[in-house]
Design a protein around this ligand. Sequence first.
Ligand code: KET
Length: 397
Amino acid sequence: MFQHVEAYPGDPILSLNEAFGKDPRPNKINLSIGIYFDDAGKIPMLPSVRAAELKVVAEAGARPYLPMEGAANFRTAVQHLLFGADHVAVKKGRIVTLQMVGSSGGLKIGGDFIKRYFPTSSMLVSDPTWDNHRAVFEGSGITVKTYPYYDAATGGLRFDAMLDALKAADKKSIVLLHACCHNPTGVDLTQAQWQALVPVLKERELIPFLDLAYQGYGDGIEQDAYAVRLLATEGLSFFVANSFSKSMSLYGERCGALSVVCPDAAQAVNVLGQMKATIRRNYSNPPMHGGQLVARVLSDPELRPMWEAEVVAMRDRIQSMRRQLHDVLSAKLPGRDFSYFLTQRGMFSYTGLSPEQCDRLKEEFGVYLVRSGRMCVAGLNSGNVEATANAMAAVLA
Ligand code: KET
């Protein structure tokens, strides 16, 4: 019956993470998946989230089905987090925010919606991008192409080439943009570059789809929403999928949202309705628990500042790991430039290591990086940074 079902080659990130779990070597180091680990190498339970959970559990509420669009308190809190409670688009009821099964769910539901209402639009993603972007949108039946982004020669952004590609894009193309902490490169647009992008998006009637999976890991919770707020202020209509996996360390609870900024409130009503229909056809309605923790943290006057401080601490720890890795490697291999560790932002650095060098790191040293050369710097800690630098120096020598 299933002879025609071919073997699954595996996912470049999740399957590598599974391989790490099975690796019996005690000194193995996981720099593969985009997860924040603390200095003890553990996925933290943030005290703010734990306190929210105790409150939610103590209330012992019933577990009805949530509405298709998710819990109202979650949706409002998330919309205010992304756009600011006083944003004119919020006040005018032009934004639809729906609870999603992680931001992955937001990408998928957004993809299905786009395929239905913009059937001839193709999607442009950055070269490179998170591997799953292509998979998710192609899974919705959308043709996925790329625009230039990362400059391997300088370790920076090919901004002019990116703008030229977007200027030449078909009207109403969907443009996937990383709102902050680009995955996998760690190279972001500056605020001035975001501003320069706006007229191109408008002129070509492009439809931005922002992915905000690392809010708080760039410059700050508010600052990392810059692009989202700019596009909304500029009157663009667009999608944004955001995640609490990383910012609240709630990976397995699958907490995210999809927001759609619409031209007016009447269109927003219909977009909400058809999004609900899309959700109903996929999984009916989202799970309850994690979203209630998020809503509680965001709206509780004591827990909110606690969480904000926890995000600062996670960001600062990654920064200090970037610095240490840079310093050790620069000392070991004086001829080489490792400044990219300091300039790239968020959880990831793009090391420029070849797939073969990544294989060597894994096989000889138990150091796991995605084969694209992407390193999750948030997997480094004071106990493994030296060993990582030694292993990298060995394969680079
Ligand atoms: N967008 C981006 C850019 C992203 O890096 C991830 C996860 C997601 C969305 C999905 O997050 P969710 O938990 O669905 O809200 N990235 C890491 C994990 C993964 O691949 O699933 C990663 O790149 O390692």
